[in-house]
Design a protein around this ligand. Sequence first.
Ligand SMILES: CC(C)(COP(=O)(O)OP(=O)(O)OC[C@H]1O[C@@H](n2cnc3c(N)ncnc32)[C@H](O)[C@@H]1OP(=O)(O)O)[C@@H](O)C(=O)NCCC(=O)NCCS
Length: 410
Amino acid sequence: MPVDIRTVERSELPAWQAALEVGFHKSSLAPEHVEPFSEDFAKEVEWTRIQGAHDGGRFVATFRSFATRLTVPGGEVAAGAITNATVSPTHRRRGLLSQMMARDLATAAERGEPVAILIASEWPIYGRYGFGPASDIVTYEIDALSAAFAHGGDGETRLVEPAELAGAAAAIYDAHRRSTPGAIDRSERWWERRVGIDVLRRKPPGTQRCVLALDERGAPAGLLVYHVDENWDDWRPRAKLHVRDLFGTTPAAEARLWRFACEVDLVATVSAEERSVDEPLPWLLRDARAVRQRLKTDFLWARLLDVPAALAARRYLREGELVLEVRDAAGFAAGRFALRGGPDGAQCAPTDAAADVALDVGALSAAYLGGRSLVTLGAAGWAEELRPGGLARADALLRWSVDPWCATMF
Ligand SMILES: CC(C)(COP(=O)(O)OP(=O)(O)OC[C@H]1O[C@@H](n2cnc3c(N)ncnc32)[C@H](O)[C@@H]1OP(=O)(O)O)[C@@H](O)C(=O)NCCC(=O)NCCS
């Protein structure tokens, strides 16, 4: 019997989750936790956007997407965020992912979502479906014992209970989201789960602490969630503080929280993972070599489904015009498009005019959030110059002043 790919019913969620656990090598939930977890998970499932492949009485593949806002340079677009894509080891490399992806992208395009996004477990999987790596993350490691702050912000900091941080988080995070291409929504529930109020599956580390930075009126202006791994080797305090979340409504509030993290007693190293490539952090220090960037890697992948809508939704640093020839084997984004954009708005429409640059949809999607150099992509064969200076003009138009960063794993 052929494998049956279809949407999943609420009653099937526990069985679907069991397949997800197999795919991602997660421990199975204790039997008494299965139904409570499903009940909770069901609240975030969009039932037309959850797929499963069924064979021999069990799910052998999982796939889901959900609607979110994606910040783009100078604006935002509706995006379909793809997640929970797995195929069981018994059914791998038979085209199940390809079929589920094709269904999801087709319905996203029908729904009018100009962009699909995901976080790739492995680089080689998603290029074939038109995705390109649109933003990176880095790990920062700070030598806390030698980090002296030239610009450490001021104002009070307060240790708070997780519930208080979760309550303040939406407004603080939203300031970050609106100004950072690549950022997506985080609901209040998301924050409750992050700080451990909702602990069905993943408990936060026991040493997790929540901190708010307050502005001069005493209102929350920044948040820090961290935990500490103790280390007493050689009877010397050398603990490592892990920054899980650090956001401020102002640069000064963020600076204050970086300083807070570096000044916690008994801590020798502060480590912050999945952060922006271009944090102000090193520039806050008297000696920027006290902080090192480690592990720079791709994180958010994007896939344009509607080129005119996607390119018109963002802003451009300077007025400019560009004609792009976009190749897309799946058809959604294929065509030749004239883009005219600037700081106040943009238009993009199909055209017959001669193109400046030709590229696959994956390359355009990689550059969409403003963090890639078309010149570099061109040098690597990801884009082709059709008119002299075309790549440099495309580069100048598509780049943005804030590096894209998605701080949210999904
Ligand atoms: C990634 C995964 C979902 C792929 O599922 P699948 O059903 O085997 O994929 P398909 O059969 O549809 O593959 C389509 C093509 O992609 C290729 N491909 C799929 N996964 C790949 C991988 N991990 N690395 C390289 N190529 C891959 C296949 O070889 C095939 O190529 P072809 O068309 O040239 O033959 C599956 O391997 C899996 O569950 N991995 C573990 C969980 C995971 O990492 N999920 C992704 C989360 S982002």
